[in-house]
Design a protein around this ligand. Sequence first.
Ligand code: ZN
Length: 332
Amino acid sequence: MHRLVLAALLALTGAGAPVTAQPIDYAAERAAIGRYQDADQRLQDVGWQLAAANAPYCPRVVPGIGLQLQDMASYGVPAIARAALGLTRDFAVQTAARGSPAARAGVFTRNREIVRLERFDPNHWPAGSAMDWQRLVKAHDHVEAMLTEHGGITIGFADGAEARVQPVPVCATRFELMGEGRKAVADGSRVVIGMGFPAFDYPEEEVFAALVAHELAHNVLGHDAWLDRNGRSARNVRRIEREADRLVPWLLANAGYDPAAAVTFMTRWGSAHDAGLKLRRTHEGWDERAEAMAAELPAVRAWLTAEGQADWAQQFRREINPAESAARTGRR
Ligand SMILES: [Zn+2]
């Protein structure tokens, strides 16, 4: 539902195309993929910084190296994507998140072809003919399994070089960029953000980070599972939205961002999209949401000054009882 779909690739090869073959503009395809990769880099950099810095407080932590792969099978027309990027196989480096073990290794350059993840060559795994995103998930799952079982992974490149990378603990959330759409969602294990989300255009990294932190907050506070157990009433959604908003300054502060960027984000995004928000009973007005975020700042700053970190696992006041499970009413 949210996987990589590049408009340029579809426009050139879609069902509406004339039967006579059009020449493929590979430079345009490469540029479109490049824009997607730039946006993904921005998301992975910010996501990594938040997930690594807040690992001491997250309820579930996994070993991570900050490496994002790409698989040509996930494109609408893999052969075009492969040719546009000059690849002979399907797997290559997408991003190495800034400051991550993968980035520090210095060898995971964009589009560098990968032929080995520990003992397996993922290019040999079967894939569908187009839009197959499952194989990329399998590759990332495999990397995580190797890190968990062996405390590291050896990754081989098509040119014969290889690198051994050791992980660090990160909050158990994966960050995924959707090739289209303006939505941002958190499903418990992933944060998925559409390339069209307005915050991608915000120049300040910390203001974009506030959006990512809001979605990460839903996962680390267990909101999706809580809503599953207690129902997605407008009242319940308002409560978890408020709780996610209020955690944003804490997550930002630990990651080295100005916690007040939370308020800047909500004010800028909310005032630009106010009309749409007012129609939704599940969300408070953006001004109330910005106020709730601002109200956290004194505590966050006090903990930063005293401890150098803002321990939200201990100090954050919850809006919900995370263990709560509504009695069955028979209504659902
Ligand atoms: Zn939310």
